[in-house]
Write a protein that binds this ligand. Structure first.
Ligand SMILES: [Mn+2]
Length: 343
């Protein structure tokens, strides 16, 4: 095993392991609309805790995504955040672990549920304006929150139950775009190699995550591609999910996943955007950058955030208004950079 946890993480790793060691009943959560990293990391950590005879449950602010349910070894691993059972468990638990976000606003109703519990945050996002209180293990240099969970498990010397191995592999897969984004490091591959040796099946896991596209999602893509727009300069492209199609298809938030890659992947495009009107009239914006434009900074202008090359914002105003402002801000960012280049 040639992987070494970076020095900067060794202190937090010891501290978090100490806290986990002292806990018997642990609740885990991740951000709204869990992705492969959030959902994979929490299954992995829950599986590792359970393998040591502890109690661990996953309580997310939004339902565990159907497309990732294959990660759950059985029933009784997840609970609805609004259920009376979740409230009871929160009263009897001795620790809450928040994965793949450190922001109060990103865990929705779960924040109130975890109010009185000691909290541990394990996250790889740059810190935001509204941090969850408690002990933090934050490392923006990690490709996924799953990389940090791996740091804990490798230091602990396992155990490595199959759900932990699969969860961590899927966490890496999801956040590195199947090992191709710029956050894919030699360490990413070293960890993936270790997980493969522990039984992770790359073909099977990739197919489980990406080879089960619903017809509904494909129809939503078909409708949304009809809304594709590109600036004459060719460097900015965006799509707006047609509200009618979303409703007619009875689409869910999961069906939006990956749509923003279509405008982003056009030759010459620097920034790709996706706009969607939510059921209650707010506007969701996804930002993707291919180069030097910091879309985390752009999303923050609209109350959101994320990573330098991938971010999002939820704005409580009507779509046409938000779209016009976002497009102007992104054009300014692209133009400003060009101005600097010339000057
Ligand atoms: Mn992540």
């Amino acid at each position: 095993m040639s992987y070494q946890t970076p020095k900067s993480r060794q202190g937090p790793v010891e501290e978090i392991l100490g806290i986990l060691d002292g806990a018997k009943r642990v609740l885990l959560t991740t951000h709204i609309n869990a992705d492969g990293d959030g959902a994979g990391s929490e299954v992995a950590l829950a599986g590792w805790l359970r393998a040591q005879g502890k109690k661990a449950w996953i309580i997310n602010p939004t339902p565990y995504p159907d497309s990732l349910r294959f990660l759950l070894p059985g029933k009784g691993w997840t609970l609805d955040s609004g259920s009376s059972q979740a409230k009871e468990l929160a009263q009897g638990a001795d620790l809450a672990v928040i994965l793949d976000t450190g922001e109060v606003s990103r865990i929705g109703s779960v924040m109130a549920l975890f109010q009185d519990l000691p909290k541990v945050v394990i996250d790889h996002h740059p810190p935001g304006p509204d941090p969850i209180p408690g002990v933090s293990f934050r490392a923006p240099d990690a490709c996924a929150a799953g990389e940090l969970v791996f740091d804990l498990l490798i230091r602990a010397g396992g155990p490595w139950p199959p759900e932990a191995v699969r969860g961590l592999y899927v966490a890496l897969l999801a956040d590195t775009g199947s090992f191709r984004f710029s956050n894919t490091s030699p360490d990413t591959h070293r960890i993936a190699a270790f997980l493969q040796e522990k039984g992770a099946d790359p073909e099977k896991l990739h197919r489980s995550v990406y080879g089960n596209v619903s017809l509904r999602k494909l129809r939503l893509l078909h409708a949304t591609l009809g809304e594709l727009e590109v600036d004459p300069e060719g460097d900015l492209a965006w799509m707006t999910v047609p509200a009618g199609a979303f409703d007619d298809l009875r689409a869910i938030a999961d069906d939006i996943e990956g749509l923003v890659d279509y405008p982003r992947n056009i030759k010459g495009v620097e920034v790709g955007l996706l706009f969607r009107e939510t059921a209650r009239g707010a506007t969701k914006v996804s930002f993707r950058s291919n180069g030097d434009i910091d879309v985390n900074a752009l999303a923050r202008q609209f109350g959101g955030g994320g990573h330098v090359k991938a971010s999002g914002a939820l704005v409580e105003r009507p779509l046409p208004e938000v779209r016009a402002e976002v497009l102007e801000a992104v054009r300014n960012a692209v133009r400003g950079r060009r101005g600097d280049g010339r000057g």
